[in-house]
Design a protein. Structure first.
Length: 310
């Protein structure tokens, strides 16, 4: 990075100190000039002590949250420290189960020099397969698709978004969009901020020459679970927050269409965890049903507030 730019790397932790020891330590060693900020969403006193010890040993900055503020709330707290106290000009959001090298951070820095570019590296899994290279949410039904679907359906109505697993945000852009929306808690915050950034005049860019490595789901599955397994938390918030996003950022006709396809979409989300989970289906099905129920409630409340403000 240019000597006039200062990078703050923000990792939001929840009971994942074992991942910080591996992934964040590797990133910090690769990018020694960055300010490393660990936002610890409170999970247990023992985990807080482990995270505190790690930060002291490595010289990382700890933001010790009094409770669990979720991903967006945690990032907002870390960004406040980075920009207001540590002099950061840019922040890089990084999952506890992800790491990145100096060549890739330099490529991201170059791509965002205009201050109004939201950028992601190409993200690979531990086996070298592409996990993220840009995504779109489709307006007709709220489904997701990557670059292949974009080529197959070039005329479809879609909104591009970048993954929060590894996301570079310049300070000027962060201040323009106001950070993450606090109502999501977990999942879809990155879709939301991408769309708001784009509508505010920002460019969304996947920097192909930059690569981050991400072990998807390591923070939300136990060591005994299959790699494709998902938690009830994953199902609930993915299904709920799709409807919240529609209420906050789409017009009424599209929001209503997303509500009508809520159960069909919920089934597609459940299938991400594989079919073997349906040998014991109560937990995933309960999470899906609750996600639709609570998402529709949030949608109704948000749309009512929008109508009242018109």
């Amino acid at each position: 990075m240019s000597t006039s730019r200062v990078l703050g790397i923000i990792v939001v932790n929840y009971a994942s100190s074992h991942l910080l020891e591996v992934n964040l330590a590797a990133t910090a060693a690769a990018v020694p000039d960055a300010r490393i900020i660990v936002v610890d969403n409170l999970s247990s006193p023992a985990e807080r002590e482990r995270v505190s010890t790690l930060c002291e040993e490595h010289g990382w900055h700890l933001v010790a949250m009094p409770d669990n503020a979720g991903f967006g709330g945690g990032v907002n707290a870390g960004a406040s420290l980075a920009f207001d106290e540590l002099g950061a000009t840019d922040i890089l959001l990084l999952n506890p189960d992800a790491h990145i090298d100096s060549r890739s951070t330099s490529a991201l820095a170059s791509a965002t020099a205009d201050g109004m570019t939201l950028a992601s590296p190409r993200v690979e899994d531990a086996g070298g397969r592409t996990w993220f290279a840009g995504m779109d949410v489709y307006l007709d039904d709220g489904s997701m698709g990557g670059p292949r679907r974009r080529r197959e359906q070039p005329d479809a109505r879609r909104l591009p978004w970048l993954s929060g697993a590894c996301l570079w945000v310049p300070r000027a852009l962060w201040e323009r969009v106001g950070g993450f929306h606090h109502d999501y808690f977990l999942y879809w915050e990155d879709v939301d901020i991408s769309v708001r950034a784009s509508r505010a005049g920002a460019r969304l860019l996947v920097v192909e020459e930059a690569i981050a490595v991400h072990d998807e789901g390591a923070t939300h599955r136990s060591t005994s679970q299959r790699p494709e397994a998902k938690s009830a938390l994953y199902y609930y918030y993915n299904i709920r927050n799709r409807l919240l996003f529609a209420a906050l950022l789409l017009d009424r006709a599209d929001a209503d269409a997303w509500s009508r396809t809520a159960f069909r979409n919920a089934w597609q989300v459940l299938l991400r965890g594989g079919r073997r989970q349906f040998l014991h289906p109560i937990a995933p099905l309960r999470a899906a049903w609750r996600g639709v129920r609570d998402g529709r409630r949030l949608m109704s409340d948000a749309l009512s507030q929008r109508n009242a403000s018109v």
